[in-house]
Ligand binder design. Structure first.
Ligand code: SAM
Length: 289
C-alpha cells in the first residue's frame, strides 16, 4: 500500500478500510485529491499560527492538508460515527494535533470547544455539507459579539450560494445573504471547484468562499432590526419598497423618507449602508420618536 508523506494511506484506501461509502443523508461528497485539499488549506495564507475549526472532516482529506500545512491544532466536528476511527488514525499520525468531536455542528457551542485556544488565531475551514452550509454560515455571522471568535472563514458552498454571498446591488443574486455577509466583513470567492473534483460528484459546481470579519462601522444598529427590514424588502423583491415594507408596524412612506431612500426603489437597489440606515430609522420610528 502506498503511504503519503504523513505516513497515512491514500483516502480511497481509508474509505475501503472503514467502509465509508458516501451517504446522501449526511451531504457527503468527498475530496480525495490531497493536492486540491492542500490548495484549499492555503487559501487563508500561513496557518501555522492558527487553530482550525473544521466541520465535517469525513474521511479526512482536508483535515490532513490542514495538519500538513502546519495548523497548530485542528478541532473537528463530524456527525457520521463511521468516520471517527479514521479520524483517530490521523490524530495519531500528527501527534494528537487533531481533536475529534462526534456531533452535530449546528448544535455545537464553538466558544466552549475553542476555549482552550483563547489567545491563538482561530479560523474556520471546511468542506461543508451542502444541506447545512447556509445555516452554519448564518449561525456564525449572527454572533451577538462582533468581532466574533474566529479570524476568518474558508468554506465550500454550491457555487450559486457563494455567488449570492458576494453579490453586489442591482444584480439578481443580491439578497439577504449578501447584505448580512457584507455587513459583517469582506467576502470573496477564492476558488471555483468543478463537481468532478468530488466523490461522488454532486449535481452542481462548487466554490470556496473566504471571509474576514471587519469591525462594525456603526455600533448602534441592531442585528434584529437589520434582519427584519432586509427580510421584508427581499421577501417581495420585485415590488417597490413602499409596498414591500408595508408589513412592518410603521408607515413605510415615513420610514423611507426619514431614511432618505426613494420609495419607488426595489430591494436590490439598496446598498448595505442603505439597509443599515433603514434599520436604524425603523428602530427609532417603532420606538415612537
Ligand atoms: N471534509 C470532507 C472532504 O472534504 O472530503 C467531507 C466533506 S462532505 C461534503 C461533508 C461532511 O460533513 C461529511 O463527512 C458529513 O458526514 C459531515 N456532516 C454532515 N452534516 C453534519 C453536521 N450537521 N455536523 C457535522 N458534520 C456533518
Amino acid at each position: 500500500m502506498t503511504l503519503y508523506a504523513d505516513g497515512l494511506p491514500p483516502l480511497r484506501d481509508v474509505i475501503k478500510t472503514y467502509d465509508l461509502r458516501a451517504k446522501k443523508s449526511f451531504g457527503q461528497n468527498f475530496l480525495l485529491d490531497l493536492n486540491l485539499t492542500g490548495r484549499i488549506a492555503r487559501i487563508p495564507g500561513d496557518i501555522s499560527d492558527s487553530v482550525i475549526y473544521e466541520v465535517g472532516p469525513g474521511p479526512g482529506g482536508l483535515t490532513r492538508a490542514l495538519l500538513a500545512e502546519g495548523a497548530s491544532h485542528v478541532v473537528a466536528v463530524e456527525m457520521d460515527s463511521r468516520c471517527i476511527p479514521a479520524l483517530h488514525d490521523i490524530s495519531g499520525a500528527y501527534d494528537g494535533r487533531l481533536s475529534v468531536h462526534h456531533g452535530d455542528a449546528l448544535k455545537m457551542d464553538e466558544l466552549q470547544l475553542m476555549k482552550p485556544y483563547d489567545h491563538q488565531k482561530k479560523r474556520i475551514i471546511a468542506n461543508l455539507p451542502y444541506n447545512v452550509g447556509t445555516m452554519l454560515l448564518i449561525k456564525w455571522l449572527t454572533s451577538d459579539v462582533w468581532l466574533p471568535w474566529f479570524d476568518s472563514l474558508t468554506l465550500m458552498f454550491q457555487r450559486e450560494v457563494a455567488e449570492r454571498i458576494v453579490a453586489k446591488p442591482h444584480t439578481k443574486a443580491y439578497g439577504r445573504l449578501s447584505v448580512l455577509s457584507q455587513w459583517r466583513g469582506n467576502a470573496k470567492i477564492a476558488a471555483k471547484i468543478p463537481s468532478s473534483a468530488f466523490t461522488p460528484p454532486p449535481k452542481v459546481d462548487s466554490a470556496v468562499l473566504h471571509f474576514e470579519p471587519t469591525k462594525p462601522l456603526d455600533h448602534t444598529v441592531r442585528l434584529k432590526d437589520l434582519e427584519l427590514v432586509v427580510q421584508r424588502a427581499f421577501g417581495q423583491r420585485r415590488k417597490m419598497l413602499r409596498a414591500s415594507l408595508k408589513s412592518l408596524p410603521v408607515d413605510p412612506l415615513v420610514l423611507l423618507e426619514r431614511a432618505d431612500i426613494t420609495a419607488t426603489k426595489r430591494a436590490e437597489d439598496l446598498s448595505v449602508a442603505d439597509y443599515v440606515r433603514l434599520a436604524k430609522t425603523y428602530a427609532t420610528l417603532r420606538n415612537g420618536s
